[in-house]
Design a binder for this molecule. Structure first.
Ligand code: NI
Length: 240
């Protein structure tokens, strides 16, 4: 499942993150690459131990935790602390690769299985040319370039690349999620079900609030049953 999550950061948070990371000292992007991806990686990356990286990471982490679409789409068990990269000038692309299956966070020695890869766009889309995230899936290639503050989440199993940036600069935050539900197909089913139940509840609420309707004493029984089915599927599939 490839999921767009708009407006993960508020304009204020976006400005804060940009200011923090752009003033810091950047390094060669190969600091976190494996040997195959390192051979096609040509960008810059913010060393994760820098104070600016830690502060920016905190802002993103708080924003993710409060975002219902991220939580229901990822069902996160563990999130790799967000990293930052930039593409411009002579360091402007990242060729086809698949992200390492397991990332080990250096500071904590914690392992994160990369069920999902996420990119949070930090540059205004009009401010640079190229820089599309291209993700290969069974429907063909998806070319992704979202507004600043929007996030894309895609299966960690996908071959992907970042096209060369030919004008301006592409600044982004990226990270991986280990999900409570390992299977992409199961996560998708749960996500669709959750979204449909939420829409049904909203419709019911609107009906209940129409003039002449007596105040309801709780949810409709069908919604209760479907919500129960969701949780029972999650109980069957979740590994926590
Ligand atoms: Ni990658």
């Amino acid at each position: 499942m490839l999921l767009k999550i708009p407006k993960v950061l508020t304009p204020e948070e976006l400005a804060q993150v940009r200011q923090l990371v752009l003033c810091a000292d950047w390094a060669d992007g190969r600091i976190t690459a494996g040997s195959q991806s390192g051979s096609v990686k040509n960008n810059r990356q913010l060393p994760e131990e820098l104070p600016a990286a830690q502060q920016a990471r905190h802002i993103v982490s708080v924003a993710l935790a409060r975002n219902p679409q991220f939580v229901t789409g990822a069902l996160p068990k563990s999130v790799y602390p967000p990293l930052f990269n930039r593409y411009s000038g002579g360091a402007n692309f990242f060729g086809n690769h698949i992200d390492n299956a397991v990332r080990t966070h250096a500071a904590t020695a914690r392992h994160v299985r990369t069920d999902m890869s996420c990119t949070l766009f930090l540059s205004d889309a009009e401010s640079y040319d190229g820089g599309e995230l291209v993700v290969q899936d069974t429907y063909g290639e998806q070319r992704i370039k979202f507004a600043a503050g929007d996030l894309v989440m895609y299966p960690g199993t996908s071959v992907h690349r970042v096209e060369p940036v030919t004008r301006g600069e592409r600044l982004a935050c990226f990270f991986w999620v280990e999900s409570m539900v390992r299977s992409d197909a199961q996560r998708r089913l749960l996500y669709d079900m959750d979204m449909a139940i939420t829409a049904l509840r909203r419709q019911n609420l609107a009906l209940n609030n129409e003039p002449g309707q007596s105040p309801l004493s709780g949810e409709r029984p069908e919604v209760v049953t479907l919500t129960g089915c969701y949780h029972n599927l999650l109980r069957m599939w979740a590994d926590v």
